[in-house]
Design a protein around this ligand. Structure first.
Ligand SMILES: [Zn+2]
Length: 304
């Protein structure tokens, strides 16, 4: 299985776009992620997307996975009626754009980000947020089915996307066009560890919990979500913050993660969400890490 790689080209001057894509091609990249900023840009500006696709094709690269933004006009549990209307329009447009270029998975967050400290919005109860999520999925999953794109929700680290909440959701909605995106870094942040205490979690994580008490999961519940797992975001950390490090640089047990992913029968892709530009890693180093992961995963899948 080939990795889809993260590259936010909107952070880079447009005249450098082809240079970066050519380097990815030469490094052996084939599949790329359409990141949230670029997908939002594509929703606003058709011309931008067609010129981007021409550059991708020139370099023999394709978008395989996409990520939608997570602001109020995109989050699945957004509560303001006007914002919800906009959110449905945004998803419809994003799914049609993704389908037009053969993207297989589109990952979204349940939400909660807009309840952070400093925000004017007080969140409704977990139960009400769950109902908002379910109401959104009732409308958006049929759209995903129409476009034959798999809508995925990922585990972040907010009250509304604990493993228990996600499990309830996947048990309720059964569709080949709906599934789980397992984010390794986010899962590691919520994993219990004898040396971790809730006050050690990074500020932006605890901000999401200002109306609930931040807690760690009591155990790793990934096994229960394996049957719904369609894709994954691979990146590492120390368990305290969302650092998006290269796999192997943090505390995640990668052999264990890959072994489990080998059992995910619906898995269609693996995604590199390492912040390699921020850390200053060469593409060769990034590719070597992901080639090793691909090899191990293929071995696991072949022995199942
Ligand atoms: Zn992620």
């Amino acid at each position: 299985m080939q990795t889809s790689h993260y590259l936010n080209l909107d952070m880079i001057p447009e005249y450098c776009r082809r240079f970066h894509l050519a380097n990815w091609q030469e490094a052996g990249g084939r599949k790329m992620i359409l990141p949230y900023a670029m997908l939002e840009h594509a929703v606003r500006d058709e011309k931008y997307f067609s010129s981007l696709m021409k550059d991708m094709e020139r370099c023999n690269l394709r978008f395989y996975d996409a990520h939608v933004p997570w602001g109020e006009e995109w989050a699945l549990n957004t509560c303001d009626p006007e914002k919800r209307k906009k959110m449905f329009d945004n998803f419809q447009c994003a799914l049609s754009i993704c389908a037009s270029v053969g993207i297989k998975t589109v990952t979204a967050h349940v939400g909660d980000n807009f309840f952070r400290a400093g925000s004017e919005i007080k969140p409704p109860s977990i139960k009400e947020r769950r109902n908002l999520l379910y109401n959104s999925l009732e409308k958006i999953i049929p759209e995903a089915e129409k476009y034959q794109v798999i809508l995925c929700i990922e585990n972040v680290f907010s009250p509304a996307d604990s493993f228990d909440e996600l499990l309830l959701c996947f048990q309720r909605f059964s569709s080949p066009c709906f599934g789980f995106c397992y984010d390794t870094g986010h899962a590691n942040i919520r994993m219990p560890d004898p040396v971790k205490t809730p006050d050690m979690a990074a500020d932006y994580i605890r901000e999401l919990w200002r109306f609930d008490e931040w807690y760690y999961e009591d155990r790793d519940k990934f096994d229960e979500l394996l049957e719904y797992t369609v894709t994954c975001h691979l990146h590492d950390n120390d368990g305290l913050g969302d650092w998006h490090m290269l796999p192997g640089k943090g505390k995640i047990d990668w052999d264990k993660v890959i072994k489990k992913l080998g059992h995910a029968k619906r898995l269609v892709s693996i995604q590199n969400e390492c912040a390699y530009i921020y850390y200053g890693y060469s593409l060769r180093r990034v590719m070597n890490t992901f080639f090793r992961i691909e090899e191990k995963l293929d071995r696991e899948r072949n022995t199942q």
